[in-house]
Design a protein around this ligand. Structure first.
Ligand SMILES: [Zn+2]
Length: 421
């Protein structure tokens, strides 16, 4: 997730004639046609489980739902009144989602994917469930909660963090229960084995392809390499350095993910909430981790392209096990801005660049995951078209290579990374 629910408070009034997106001449028609025809793999999104009449609405689309945040100054493009969002609402099932929901029932979420020409969506959720079939939705659960087995009061400095850490604690209790553990184990080794390893193994067995860290909402991304003794000391006494324990557990999780064949996903770059620590979300903080020989068997994915650090992030793509996606940028920024970053990434290490929407229920029903997905899908494909057209016109690539790069970014890079057929 990336933004705040305060969006809902913004008057949903379309600015007179500004309701339709302006046409763009920046995309070569053949490239546009190729891009439109590719069935995408969406590297990161939060689809909502369709609830039938009488069922409780889904609340498992995020471990840290944005409706817990205090109001912020919302990015223009994320306001429901932004023309792009008005258009998205009109386009998704003709603006009549209620009858589409009735008509499609359990198939509703699949029909949304069909409408966006998305083949497989990585579903970043606490759990999947009915209506999100594994043939179309690949599960990415949340692992942050496992890093905080002791009280987190000392880390709470604002109301957003207070809500987030309470939610993480709730998720940790769920992981304890699902692991059959009733109380905090006596030693760190026991905790790592009975709760952490057990949870990861269970999630992998249930089909998880990656573990997601919303760490940037909780603390900075500067993960160190602490001594085990320091981690153990904090675990058993609650005295010393909590960060040593967090970092030690993170590294254990990352190493397990590599062993189990799951990637590790990081939120990188700006995020939701007026207290969000943008500086601490800089993907460059992850470099020592990416450079650790002990973790080279783990694949890391920097979600959201790390905006506003998107050009720095490109420098990390030469690490053999490091990937990125351009989700969220497509919701926050206009296609021309995204295209500039995309072009730099595609020119540098094109095998590591992945399409994604971050389709998220920002302010339903007007701006649900369907509208967010529609807008991000449209902007993302357009940005890709602008980037490839620029490369073609500047003589950097041929038409065939443009088609190949489009296929890699929209589908093939993710297919290879996750081993999809
Ligand atoms: Zn997200």
């Amino acid at each position: 997730m990336i933004s705040a629910h305060s969006l809902v408070a913004v008057a949903a009034v379309c600015a007179l004639a500004g309701c339709t997106a302006p046409p763009t001449a920046s995309v070569d028609p053949q490239i546009a046609g190729d891009i439109a025809g590719i069935k995408a793999i969406d590297n990161h999104a939060h689809p909502v489980r369709p609830a039938l009449e009488g069922e409780t609405p889904d609340n498992e689309y995020d471990a840290l739902p944005v409706d817990n945040l205090e109001p912020q100054s919302d990015q223009f493009l994320l306001r429901p009144a932004a023309p792009e969002n008005m258009e998205a609402h009109k386009q998704i099932f003709g603006g009549d989602k209620a009858s589409a929901k009735k008509r499609y029932g359990r198939d509703y979420a699949v029909k949304v994917l069909d409408a966006l020409n998305i083949d497989i969506m990585l579903a970043n959720r606490v759990a999947l469930g009915p209506g999100l079939p594994t043939s179309r939705f690949a599960w990415v659960p949340f692992a942050d909660a496992l890093m905080y087995p002791l009280p987190t009061d000392s880390m709470v400095h604002n109301s957003d963090q207070k809500a987030f850490f309470a939610l993480e604690d709730k998720l940790l209790q769920r992981y304890y229960a699902e692991s059959g553990v009733t109380a905090k184990p006596a030693t760190l080794d026991e905790y790592l084995d009975k709760v952490v390893r057990a949870t990861l193994a269970r999630q992998r067995a249930a089909g998880a392809v990656a573990e997601k860290f919303e760490m940037a909402y909780l603390r900075a991304l500067d993960i160190g390499n602490p001594a085990k003794a320091d981690a153990e000391k904090y675990y058993s006494t609650g005295a010393g350095d909590y960060k040593a324990l967090e970092d030690y557990i993170f590294r254990f999780i990352a190493s397990e993910c590599g062993r189990l064949g799951m990637a590790v996903h990081f939120h990188t770059g700006a995020g939701g909430g007026g207290y969000f620590n943008v500086t601490g979300s800089n993907p460059m903080l992850l470099e020592p981790l990416f450079n650790d020989p002990a973790l080279r068997k783990t694949n890391f994915v920097m979600l959201h392209g790390g905006w506003p650090f998107e050009h720095q992030l490109a420098g990390l793509l030469t690490k053999p096990n490091v990937y990125m996606d351009f989700s969220a940028q497509t919701a926050m920024n206009y296609p021309h801005e995204v295209a500039r970053a995309l072009r730099a990434w595609l020119e540098y290490v094109p095998e590591k660049v992945m399409y994604a929407t971050d389709a998220y229920p920002f302010a339903p029903p007007g701006m649900g995951w369907e509208e967010a997905g529609y807008a991000a899908n449209k902007a993302g494909r357009e940005a890709l078209g602008i980037a490839l057209t620029g490369m073609l016109r500047d003589g950097e690539i041929t038409r065939d290579r443009a088609r190949e790069l489009a296929r890699m970014a929209l589908r093939e890079n993710a297919r290879k990374l996750y081993g999809f057929k």
